[in-house]
Design a protein around this ligand. Sequence first.
Ligand code: TYD
Ligand code: MG
Length: 455
Amino acid sequence: MSKVHSKYVCQACAYESPRWIGKCPNCGEWNSFVEEVVSTRTPRKHSALIKNVSAPVPITEVDIQPESRMSTRIPEFDRVLGGGIVAGSVVLVGGDPGIGKSTLMMQMAASLGQSVTLYITGEESINQIKLRSERLEMKPTKNLLLLAETNLEIVGALIEKSEPEVIIVDSIQTMFRPDLESAPGTVSQVREATAMFMRFAKTREVPVFLVGHVTKEGVIAGPKVVEHMVDTVLQFEGERHYSYRIIRAVKNRFGSTNEIGIFEMHDGGLREVDNPSEVFLAERKSGTAGSTVVASMEGTRPLLVEVQALVAPTSYGVPQRSTTGFDAKRLQMLLAVLEKRVGLHIGQYDVFVNVAGGVRVDEPAVDLGMALSIVSSLRDKPVDPSSVAVGEVGLGGEIRMINQIDKRIAEAKKLGFKRVLLPKNNLKGLRLNGDIEVREVHSVEEAIDLLMDVR
Ligand code: TYD
Ligand code: MG
């Protein structure tokens, strides 16, 4: 086998070198050299190129073919994918080790029983995979083919032969091209491996799932290059100490990136969570100060979560502001509004805020709930536990309109809440039926008066 020609290229300034060097002599960057394959093909002439290429087309003459999607028959997973698997798409499933990536892929393979699925494993032996499938109580099917191989040349030859309809690669970091000097898992190897599967997916219209590890810093190892190349990046999240797992679309060329899928890890694998709000509110202790329930939208789905705050006198010179699952700048803004408009003095207090259950809420509609939690903790008075508060807080302390209010109210009603506090402007056009009380509020102060026994 002949060695391919490769060179080392600085990823910061594109300086080339035949050998690896630690510091780029051109731009001075450290550790920026990555091995790249040199193409030995002689460039073709223009006339030869143009023969097989389609000419530019006026946009009015483009026929849109609805992309064909295949359902995984796991509705939570389908939703994150944007409604099913798109033919020829490449999906990267990233997450910490042990979070359940292989389990999810295995369950998907089982539920795709009708299609020939090739599971390429570089991390576990075929026996281990078989054991997992037994643990998952999967019905054995001839359509699921297992291949324990990491050499891309062999993998490439075998996938040509076995004609799979779906390919799973577990994991992309173990795959390597033997003719490249770098070790598996390095940027150049991961990029070449991804490129190979991309080509296969696009020419054969076969969907490919790549499992990828996430480093401690939270980036998918074999870094951003892979994320840029693939069509869809799904991130598997979850705390080791909780059993539920959230799949989030970080990038999706075929759907929305707002959707999340929620699962719970059991003895028999991942189970879908039909009613996520219940899960996130399960451990709520009603009647404690510093806790408010808000209705947040995750994509098209309302999710009730508890936002918590702890406000305590600072013991160091500089008061701390710390957030988990909430934007730190947004917290600063809320604190400033509370100081200036509500007249609270928080300057000498540490403020910790947290969204319970390890979820992240990013939309402004949770502002009001967070502000209430902060005031509640500062004054040590609980917020009415049977109420849900939604609304964006403006710099003037006013409560501003939010979207999709009907869905949020419906979710609160479903979980037995008695009252929803909402922005005044959201009241217009609201279809109400008597089961739940809705109260309009104009300002943070008004909300405090309504939900807390203070003053
Ligand atoms: P795994 O899918 O191997 O993780 P990854 O591929 O992301 O590294 O799953 C790892 C964990 O899930 C492991 O600690 C065991 C647990 N698990 C269950 O709790 N129930 C199950 O049915 C299975 C298969 C795994
Ligand atoms: Mg695994």
